[in-house]
Design a protein. Structure first.
Length: 285
């Protein structure tokens, strides 16, 4: 799993529990890039997914949950920025002490730049920040995807994360969907991202009843625990190709430079002719 793996592997066990699948959300005071942005919001509100429902992939061999890693390059210069809103089931005490697992300023920045985005949210995050979950879910610029309830691993040896038992995996996913519903989040898509990106055939088989499409990525931003926004931006800009799916993080305490990186990434990719889309649109081509 490249740089994303290496960053997480070097953290302490406590940090790994938070960061294994973290994805960025931050707020910026930088000037919004307007080129193409009105069209982006129009596309977000009138996309085929908004009318017909989000596309999913057909099950794999033996009924395994399908996995989507990148869009069709032939569809042109499209790119999906995705942000993991991580919080594990047992981090409530840390939140109570003031640690911020949210990052509303990144969401505000994405709105100002009018960048359609997919937020992979844990159910525990939605419970901690229900007002934000509802606001994200009501904004047609965004869609909410499932990142498990607990942010526990679905395989062994996944960066120190506690493991969900195989018989509890589908239940954990459904519990997250319930948390979104209870928060009032409406624009929820049937996509799932494994905590830490760790999965195997047993996990894909266990999730088959959920009828979700597992969503991975082909570009690792390296924003988790990063301190250099320019380096994060450069890594994304060097990796993006037509149809790319970028993983970033939406947790203020563990991805502090994501906002600054996004402010560099968005105008540069637009200058190169890229159009930002949600995962549902990327999957539809």
């Amino acid at each position: 799993m490249t740089t994303y793996v290496r960053i997480l592997a070097t953290t302490t066990a406590t940090v790994a529990v938070l960061g294994a699948a973290l994805a960025g959300c931050a707020d910026g005071a930088g000037k919004a890039v307007t080129s193409g942005s009105s069209a982006a919001r129009a596309a977000a509100t009138s996309s085929p997914g908004a009318v017909k429902g989000p596309p999913t992939l057909a099950p794999g061999p033996g009924g395994l949950t399908p996995v989507f890693k990148r869009g069709n390059p032939a569809a042109g210069k499209t790119v999906a920025l995705t942000f993991d809103a991580d919080m594990t089931a047992d981090q409530g005490t840390r939140a109570a002490r003031g640690e911020r697992f949210d990052n509303p300023s990144l969401i505000a920045l994405l709105r100002r730049l009018e960048v359609p985005s997919t937020v992979f949210m844990t159910g525990r995050w939605a419970e901690e920040y229900p007002t934000q979950a509802k606001a994200i879910g009501e904004d047609p610029l965004f869609e909410i995807a499932n990142h498990s309830y607990s942010h526990y691993a679905f395989t062994a040896d996944c960066y120190g994360l506690p493991r969900v038992g195989e018989t509890k995996m589908n239940e954990d996913v459904q519990r997250a969907f319930t948390a979104f519903d209870e928060a009032g989040a409406r624009n929820v898509v049937p996509y799932f991202r494994f905590p830490g990106g760790c999965y195997d055939d047993a996990a894909l088989r266990a999730l088959a009843p959920s009828k979700v499409t597992a969503v991975q990525w082909d570009v690792v931003s390296g924003d988790a625990f990063a301190t250099d926004a320019e380096a994060v931006a450069q890594q994304v800009l060097e990796g993006v190709k037509p149809g790319s799916l970028v993983v970033m993080h939406c947790t203020r305490s563990a991805a502090p430079v994501t906002e600054d990186a996004v402010q560099q990434i968005v105008p540069e990719l637009r200058k190169q002719g890229y159009r930002f889309v949600k995962v549902s649109e990327l999957m539809s081509h």
